[in-house]
Design a protein around this ligand. Structure first.
Ligand code: ATP
Ligand code: MG
Length: 461
């Protein structure tokens, strides 16, 4: 058998319940069996040909092998530049399942902030559960809070209910931050008889999902907890991209285009666009790359000075003198050192950031006033307009596959896992591995250098 060494093991129901029995999958795969003899040659016979994912199927994390550390650049993690082959579990439907559909009560919960595609994932989870034969499917309203708030009733879900929800943004179930303790959540799950929980959210939500998974195991509850990473910032380790990111970049371009037109049409116009990205500048970098209208892109991973001979303001002066206008895009987490710390936290305990866009706007006005050069600064913060969008076509497809695979993973008996895409293939990963820290833009990566080539900006240090 293909027993590749895996980088990660993922928790399975049989790890704790030796008596867990599997039954043949109730999910009907409609993959075509080989039709012609020629095609079938070298393939298994019709009876063996089923298309289900074998538990030993693996996806390779890194596909490039560099001949020297200098060509690999910052991506080289190994001084000899021979990649240690890292294989992870392939996602998809299994031939044997560990839950009888008639005994399943599945719940879906969405937490944290909004992200394009949430409804697409909810919809696909419900549709796939129904195809397995699950009758009891509910939505937990307003994030983890819905587990404890007496006034909030669980929402019965079916294909009919979710049929058109992907046509609008937001979450059918509602979202929230903060909420009950893990033991309260698990108490509530026990009371409601939930044995499959699908959790859509970011790093905080996933930390919660993993804690719920562990608590269920401690209580010896036969429960599958499966996450679908929702982070518009695209800051999840190992994954090619997360759903909503593509839509965010596309929408960000509209804001950038408006800023460009405003700046370009004004005398000495400067447009500033603040984009999402608390610790990672992927949206800002990709929006700069795709729009081609950005002169200065500022991200949290790359330190910069505003003032001084190599500062942003000096370069802006140069741009005004030579081009007549300029457009800046800045990720929300960039330059936080310049702002007064407030120690404010949101309900989930996340630090509330100061507004770097407003700060840059004020500093530009001051600096140009000091040298008596007129300047017309316009600041756009499109955050909520972007978050509330419906998913674009490419995110729609990603959400569909992630939603289906979440259900396949739960039926296969996995728990404490999350679904993702690595090297264009869909995989299951253990939750703790992907949330240990946020994925960052590598300032020495080719992509960031491509961005610098495109904007033409110098180093601001
Ligand atoms: P976003 O990317 O939108 O911030 P998030 O999932 O990180 O998404 P949070 O508001 O941080 O959003 O957390 C969502 C939920 O997860 C909240 O209900 C919060 O109470 C819970 N949570 C956050 N961190 C943890 C943790 N370490 N352990 C358990 N639960 C957590
Ligand atoms: Mg978070």
């Amino acid at each position: 058998q293909n027993d590749f060494e895996t980088r990660f093991n993922i928790p399975h129901i049989t790890d704790v319940f030796d008596d867990a029995v599997s039954i043949p999958s109730t999910f009907c795969l409609r993959m075509r069996t080989p039709v012609s003899e020629e095609f079938a040659r070298g393939y298994p016979s019709d009876e063996e040909w089923h298309g289900y994912i074998n538990k030993n199927d693996r996806v390779l994390l890194k596909v490039i092998r560099y001949s020297s550390p200098t060509s690999a650049g910052a991506e080289c993690i190994d001084p000899d530049c021979t990649w240690v082959e890292q294989w992870v579990h392939r996602a998809g439907p299994r031939e044997k399942i560990y839950f009888r559909p008639e005994e399943v009560k599945a719940a879906i919960v969405t937490c944290g902030g909004l992200c394009p595609g949430l409804n697409d994932v909810i919809r696909q989870i419900v549709i796939t559960l129904e195809i397995y034969g699950v009758k009891k499917i509910v939505g937990i309203p307003f994030g983890y809070r819905g587990f404890s708030a007496k006034e909030l009733n669980e929402m019965p879900l079916s294909r009919k209910v979710v049929q058109n929800i992907h046509l609008s943004g937001g979450s059918l179930l509602g979202v929230s931050r903060g909420g009950p303790s893990i033991s309260e959540i698990v108490d509530s799950m026990e009371e409601r008889g939930i044995n499959m929980l699908f959790v859509l959210g970011g790093n905080g939500t996933h930390a919660g999902a993993n804690a719920i998974h562990i608590e269920c195991r401690t209580r010896r509850m036969k429960v599958a907890v499966v996450g679908v990473p929702k982070t518009i910032d695209n800051d999840i380790l190992l994954m090619d991209k997360t759903f909503g990111f593509d839509t965010a970049v596309e929408e960000a371009q509209r804001a950038i285009n408006s800023a460009y037109i405003e700046a370009h049409s004004a005398y000495h116009g400067v447009g500033i666009v603040k984009l999402m990205g608390r610790s990672s500048g992927f949206i800002a970098m990709h929006a700069a790359l795709s729009s081609g209208q950005i002169d200065i892109c500022l991200i949290p991973e790359v330190p910069f000075n505003l003032h001084g001979p190599h500062g942003v303001l000096r370069h802006l002066k140069y741009l005004i003198e030579t081009k007549g206008s300029a457009v800046v895009c800045v990720a929300e987490g960039a330059g936080q050192d310049f702002l007064q710390k407030t120690n404010a936290k949101d309900a989930s305990g996340n630090v509330v950031f100061g507004d770097i866009g407003v700060h840059i706007q004020q500093e530009i006005k001051k600096a140009f006033k000091a040298i008596s050069v007129p300047v017309d600064v316009k600041y756009i913060d499109p955050t909520y307009m972007i978050r509330a969008c419906r998913a674009n076509a490419s995110d729609g497809i990603l959400c569909t596959v992630l939603g289906q695979n979440a259900v396949h993973g739960a039926f296969a008996g996995y728990s404490g896992i999350t679904v993702g895409i690595c090297n264009t293939h869909y995989v299951y990963l253990p939750i703790p591995e992907v949330i240990s820290y946020p994925r960052l833009v590598d300032p020495n990566s080719r992509m960031w250098h491509r961005c610098l080539t495109s904007t033409g900006q110098p180093d601001f240090i």
